[in-house]
Design a protein around this ligand. Structure first.
Ligand code: UDP
Length: 412
């Protein structure tokens, strides 16, 4: 067993690790490819950064490809993302054309890898149309949808449905997101990697130094939200909530984010956030490079209360990360947050800035409860949302695709 495998075994137990190793043996020699739209920024890149090396460590032949596109393509896919998550709007004929042509260009570039792969995971809508260029594909293709499609814009969903109907299966994170599609659908939750820099335990001195270096004094309770600057993450709602809290308790707010390569709207939202801060010195808006994993770890570890007040959320890895650090998270009552935050047990789910403020004040004034909920949060992630369990479900799903679903029924 390799050193890394042993380290995972220390966390999840030797029996669980042995089982993972055995399942991986069934896929030996099979070529697996993941394709998404960015190597850094956002949850999908975060997961693949851990999933790919762990798969390789287990002896699988796995690679990770990223599609390329220009600004007009990413404007178009952002529109897809927004409207699939329920915002009004639609794709113009011209945008559909850009989408199809960019996918076709990428298909040409990636044809050697994709044509002969045994299994292809296509993540999210951006690269979904790649499949149209591979009518003679050898392997099984799976569309992995990470976003909250519980109430998509109907015409846009019809467009995406046309792209994904030809896949052999699709994966959604929650039952609420499943759609009518002519192939098997699997429910698999995302995960975090306990050995990643973002999630390993840090010394208190490193946490304090990070806050100091980032210019955030630790003299008052700290409320933190880590998120891309995206309207579905509701940073303005977090600021509103902070203002209500501040009427009663002297706290600081940290909004930490960065830009994903495939997100053209981030700077607009960031400007709105900066305007809303209005020179308040107790709010820190931190724009961090996409590889700031250790810094984000330190911010999450050192925060008193972690919020994720999303209005739509595919899953919310920032919630999982904070829970792993024993934080009772205050999360929006939406999407994947509902799967992670169990009200009063390991955190609170809220709908409004007022709700988030009341829960924050409660946690700050009941430290023993906060600690207990934080312990529950850690346990909950250990049982449900680690990368090892995630990879196990992916592998079982692939095997079951070859065995008409029997393995899935038996093992999961
Ligand atoms: N993240 C980061 N830097 C940032 C903002 C986010 O590294 O400035 C990471 C965050 O720690 C998490 C992921 O990006 O691992 C975001 O995943 P999530 O599922 O919360 O949201 P998404 O961005 O995929 O909607």
């Amino acid at each position: 067993m390799s050193e890394i495998i042993n380290r995972y075994a220390e966390i999840i137990g030797q029996a669980a690790m042995d089982s993972l190793v055995n399942i991986a043996k069934r896929l030996k020699g099979k070529k697996i490819v993941h394709v998404n739209s960015t190597r850094a920024g956002g949850g999908v890149a975060e997961i693949l950064s851990s999933m790919v090396p762990l798969s390789q460590e287990l002896g699988l032949d796995v690679s990770w490809e990223v599609i390329e596109g220009d600004e007009s393509f990413f404007n178009c896919t952002k529109m897809l993302h927004n409207t699939l998550q329920g915002m009004p709007g639609t794709l113009s004929e011209q945008q559909m054309d850009i989408y199809a042509k960019t996918n076709a260009r990428n298909a040409e570039r990636l044809k050697n890898v994709l044509q002969d792969a045994d299994y292809v995971f296509i993540h999210d809508p951006q690269p979904a149309a790649l499949i149209n260029s591979f009518p003679q594909r050898k392997g099984k293709w799976v569309w992995r949808c990470h976003i909250d499609v519980s109430s998509p814009n109907k015409s846009v969903w019809q467009f995406v449905k046309k792209q994904v109907s030809g896949y052999d299966a699709s994966i959604f994170s929650l039952p609420d997101f499943a759609q009518k599609l002519p192939h098997p659908q699997f429910l698999i939750t995302p995960s975090i990697d306990p050995l990643a820099e973002k999630n390993i335990p840090l010394d208190r001195s490193e946490v304090e130094k990070t806050y100091k270096d980032l210019g955030v004094p630790m003299d008052k309770p700290i409320i933190l939200q880590v998120s891309r600057f995206d309207k579905f993450k509701d940073p303005l709602g977090v600021i509103e909530s902070y203002r209500i809290i501040k009427e009663h308790v002297d706290v600081r707010l940290v909004l930490a984010g960065g830009e994903a390569d495939d997100d053209p709207e981030a700077s607009e939202i960031l400007n709105e956030v900066r305007a809303a801060v209005e020179g308040d010195e107790d709010i820190s808006v931190l724009l961090l490079p996409s590889d700031s994993h250790r810094k984000i770890n330190a911010l999450q570890t050192g925060a008193d209360v972690v919020m994720q007040k999303s209005l739509k959320e595919g899953f919310g890895l920032t919630v999982t990360e904070a829970m792993w650090k024993r934080k009772a998270v205050i999360g929006g009552n939406v999407g994947g947050i509902r799967l992670q935050v169990i009200n009063r047990f390991n955190g609170f789910r809220v709908r409004t800035p007022e709700g988030a403020a009341i829960r924050t004040r409660y946690l700050l004034s009941h430290p023993w409860k906060m600690e207990k909920m934080g312990r529950n949060a850690r346990e909950y992630v250990l049982e449900n949302f680690l990368i090892t369990g995630h990879l196990r479900r992916y592998m079982i799903m692939l095997i079951s695709l070859d065995e008409q679903g029997e393995t899935w029924e038996k093992w999961v």
